[in-house]
Design a protein around this ligand. Structure first.
Ligand code: FA5
Length: 341
């Protein structure tokens, strides 16, 4: 029996040492030390051992069990360490891998163009002013010499909040606000970019769009100053060779008034579909500030004069980038927007 115990011990230690996983080790532990295990089976037979031999056999059995338990414990720690090392190796951070890119947003093309326009006018000494998008009828129309029932209101139908409050239809109310904020100081030399709203909707007209207003009031300002400023603007925006052309027009708040065209950027004024084969593209409305508007702004038309203009930013951007549908600006399609970042 003693020999059997020794044999079991030797066999167990050899197998335990070779166990290659925690699962296999547990199976071995059960095989030798479990309730039906080999060692347990021998110990059950202790009753058959002569009384004088029992202490010796008992001691040998205990030694065998201790040795097996110790071997299991030792192997268990080895296997656990190996497993952890492997896990660490698998999970280790490879610092040489390229990082995961975080997609960066970009400026909207209208923002890019607005900033470009602002920079050009800042360079000519203009300040930037802003006015509310929810505007009083008074500033949007009346103070600009467009009384109620004036036919010019039909071209700028808007979204009314009440009889006297509306979403502004153009940035021209900022002319009045800018003059009143400065009068009687001179010069008033301001541009005002921002959103405006009209009851319009087609490939070149959006119900919400953007304009930049410009106003320059001082002593002795003439149409020649207007033309010089707009030509300088057009050349910075579209290139040195750009020309401008002024055509007579009508706005109730300027007199005389003009529509201003730039030479077609697509065909270099040769005539193409974009410019309707005329060689020219309209970009803005302008004129000399009407005396009544100067008065409403707090200035004396006998002493000062001024020019004003208003351009559609979408229009400027469409011409610059050759975009033929205004709705592309507002659909948030990344395939379109990414082309400008
Ligand atoms: C005006 O809005 C005048 N306030 C401009 C002005 C200012 C004239 C100062 C004189 C002195 P008009 O309605 O033409 O004018 O609009 C000016 C520009 O806004 C147009 O040339 C066009 O480029 C743009 N525009 C007008 N309606 C829309 C629309 N629905 N969608 C996009 N752009 C538009």
């Amino acid at each position: 029996m003693r020999q059997q115990l020794e044999d079991i011990g030797v066999k167990a230690l050899a197998l335990i040492q070779k166990a290659d996983s925690l699962k296999e080790l547990e199976e071995l532990r059960v095989m030798f030390l479990g309730k039906k295990g080999e060692l347990t089976r021998i110990l059950r037979r202790m009753g058959d051992v002569p009384a004088d031999q029992r202490p010796i056999i008992g001691k040998a059995a205990n030694q065998a069990r201790d040795a097996i338990e110790a071997a299991v414990e030792k192997r268990k720690r080895e296997l656990e360490a190996r497993e952890q090392e492997q896990r660490l190796r698998e999970e280790a951070i490879d610092v040489t891998l390229p990082g995961r890119p975080v997609p960066a947003g970009g400026k909207h093309p209208l923002q890019v163009v607005t900033e470009e326009i602002e920079n050009i006018f800042l360079g000519m000494g203009f300040e930037i002013a802003r006015g509310p998008e929810v505007e009083l009828d008074y500033y949007n129309f009346e103070a600009l010499n467009i009384p109620r029932d004036h036919p010019a209101r039909d071209m700028q139908d808007s979204f009314y909040i009440s009889d006297d409050i509306l979403l502004r239809t153009h940035t021209s109310p900022v002319q009045i606000r800018a003059m009143r904020a400065r009068a009687p100081r001179l010069p008033v030399r301001v541009i005002a970019p921002g959103r405006v709203y009209r009851r319009d909707d087609d490939v070149t007209h959006s119900p919400m769009f953007h304009q930049v207003e410009g106003i320059y009031v001082d002593q002795g300002i003439s149409m020649a100053d207007l033309k010089g400023v707009l030509l300088a603007f057009a050349r910075e925006m579209y290139g040195e060779k750009t020309e401008i052309r002024m055509r007579p027009s009508y706005f109730p708040f300027t007199e005389p008034s003009a529509e201003v065209d730039v030479s077609c950027t697509m065909c270099r004024s040769q005539g193409c579909r974009a410019c309707g084969f005329s060689g020219w593209l309209e970009i803005l409305g302008a004129g000399m500030v009407h005396p009544r508007v100067l008065e409403n702004g707090g200035y004396n038309p006998e002493e000062v004069s001024g020019f004003a203009f208003g351009m559609g930013i979408e229009r400027i951007a469409m011409l610059k980038y050759g975009i033929d549908d205004i709705r592309l600006f507002f659909q948030n399609d990344l395939r379109f927007l990414k082309q400008f970042t």
